[in-house]
Design a protein around this ligand. Structure first.
Ligand code: SF4
Ligand code: SF4
Length: 370
C-alpha cells in the first residue's frame, strides 16, 4: 500500500463516521469527468465515442466544486477524456484541494510537461499517469508510438517537482504475468507512490471489442502476477481484499454508489462504466432514484465481465471493516494464488425475458464477474 498515512487516517475516519451515522449507501471516491474530449484515441476507451458537440462540453469550475460538495466523498478522481485539456482544470484542482479532499488527476501525460507549472505540489494532489505496461504494450494500447516515453518523461518531471505520482494500469487481452510483473518492477524503480491495476471493462462504446480479458482468464492472470509478486515490493493502491477478489478468492457484489460519477450529462446511473442507464440531477437523486438492484455481475448482462475497482473496491473496503482479521491476514500473506477459486456467479437473468431496456443485448455471457 503506497497511500500516505495522512490519507489513510482521513479516509479511515470518514468510514468510521459513516458507520456511526448508520449510513447504508455512502461514496468513497467521486469520479468527476469534466469533459470527454481527449488527445488520444485508445482501442479500449469507452469515453470518447461522442459527437463533437458533446466532446466540446465542459463542466465549469462551479459545477465541479458543487459536485464535490454535494457528494462529500473524501477522494476525488478526475478522469476524462483528458483533464489537462480543460482550461480551468488548475482552478478546479485548487478548489478541491482547498476542501482537503484527496484529488487524483488522471492523465495520459502528453500535456503534463507544458501544464505542470499551473499546479502546486500538495499532499492532497496526485497525478495519476496512464501507463498500461511496458513501451511496446502501452504504445499499442493507446494506438500511438512514443506515448510511453513521453509519459515516463512526465512522471520523472512531476516527481522532481515534488508532486505525488501514481500509475494507472489497465490490462487487456494477451497480457502475460511475467510481462506485467516486469512492468510493475519498472514502475517501482521510477519512484512512483503506487499503482492501480485492473482488467479493462468491456465498454460497449469502445472502438475495439476483442481486446478485453474476461471470466476466469482475469483471475488466472492476476494469480500469475501475484505469484511472481510474492518476493517483490510492489505498492499496489488497492485494499488487500480487492486484490484477493481479482485473484478469484472473494465472491463480491459490486457497490456502484461507492464511486459515483458526475459528468457533462449529470450524475450517471449507476456507475462510471455504464453510460446508457440515465442520469440524475443531484447526488441525492442518484442515490434515491437509481434502481441499484438491477446492477451487478450476476444481475445484468452489461455487468457480466466487470471486476473494476470503481465497482468492487468499495465492496472490499466494506468487507474489510466487517472482517478486519480476514483483511489483515490477507494483507500479510498476500492474495491466494493456489487452490480452488470461488464459484463463478450464476447469472440470474439468463432465464428472464429481456426487458425493452436490455433488448438486443446477448444473454449468453461468460460466467464470472473489469
Ligand atoms: S487516454 Fe484515456 S480518455 Fe483518452 S482515449 Fe485513452 S483511455 Fe480514453
Ligand atoms: S458491476 Fe461494474 S458495470 Fe455493473 S454496476 Fe457494478 S461497477 Fe457498474
Amino acid at each position: 500500500m503506497g497511500v500516505p498515512l495522512r490519507q489513510q487516517l482521513a479516509v479511515g475516519s470518514y468510514l468510521i463516521k459513516q458507520k456511526l451515522k448508520g449510513a447504508k449507501k455512502y461514496p468513497l471516491v467521486l469520479m468527476l469527468e469534466p469533459l470527454f474530449r481527449c488527445n488520444l484515441a485508445c482501442a479500449g476507451c469507452g469515453k470518447i465515442d461522442y459527437p463533437d458537440d458533446i466532446l466540446d462540453k465542459r463542466l465549469s469550475v462551479e459545477e465541479c466544486l458543487q459536485a464535490v460538495d454535494e457528494c462529500d466523498a473524501p477522494m476525488v478522481s478526475i478522469p476524462g477524456g483528458e483533464p489537462l485539456i480543460h482550461k480551468d482544470m488548475p482552478a478546479i484542482v485548487e478548489g478541491i484541494v482547498a476542501r482537503k479532499k484527496f484529488v487524483y488527476l488522471c492523465t495520459n501525460a502528453l500535456l503534463l510537461k507544458k501544464k505542470i507549472d499551473d499546479y502546486k505540489p500538495s499532499p492532497y494532489l496526485t497525478f495519476s499517469i496512464h501507463l498500461d505496461g511496458n513501451k511496446e504494450r502501452h504504445d499499442a494500447s493507446v494506438c500511438q508510438d512514443g506515448v510511453f516515453d513521453r509519459a515516463v518523461e512526465a512522471i520523472k518531471l512531476a516527481l522532481d517537482k515534488g508532486f505525488r505520482v501514481t500509475i494507472n494500469c489497465t490490462l487487456f487481452q494477451g497480457e502475460q504475468a511475467k510481462e506485467v510483473a516486469e512492468f510493475l518492477d519498472y514502475a517501482m524503480e521510477l519512484g512512483v507512490e503506487g499503482i492501480t491495476i485492473a482488467p479493462g471493462f468491456s465498454y460497449e462504446r469502445a472502438p475495439q471489442q476483442d481486446i478485453f480479458i474476461k471470466g476466469r482468464d482475469v483471475k488466472e492472470l492476476f494469480r500469475g502476477i501475484f505469484k511472481i509478486g510474492k518476493n517483490r515490493k510492489w505498492k499496489l493502491n488497492h485494499s488487500s481484499l480487492y486484490l484477493d477478489f481479482l485473484a478469484g478468492n472473494q465472491s463480491y457484489n459490486c457497490t456502484p454508489w461507492g464511486n459515483p460519477t458526475r459528468n457533462v450529462f449529470g450524475w450517471q446511473k449507476p456507475c462510471y462504466l455504464l453510460s446508457d442507464e440515465g442520469y440524475a440531477e443531484t447526488f441525492q437523486q442518484l442515490l434515491d432514484e437509481t434502481p441499484w438492484e438491477k446492477y451487478g455481475t450476476s444481475k445484468n448482462p452489461k455487468c457480466a465481465s466487470c471486476m473494476a475497482h470503481c465497482g468492487y473496491e468499495a465492496t472490499a473496503v466494506e468487507d474489510m471493516m466487517k472482517n478486519p482479521i480476514k483483511g489483515l491476514l490477507t494483507a500479510i500473506r498476500g492474495p491466494k494464488t493456489e487452490g480452488d477459486m470461488v464459484p463463478e456467479p450464476v447469472p440470474v437473468y439468463a432465464n428472464e425475458k429481456p426487458s425493452s431496456g436490455l433488448a438486443g443485448i446477448p444473454i449468453t455471457v461468460e460466467a464470472m464477474d473489469s
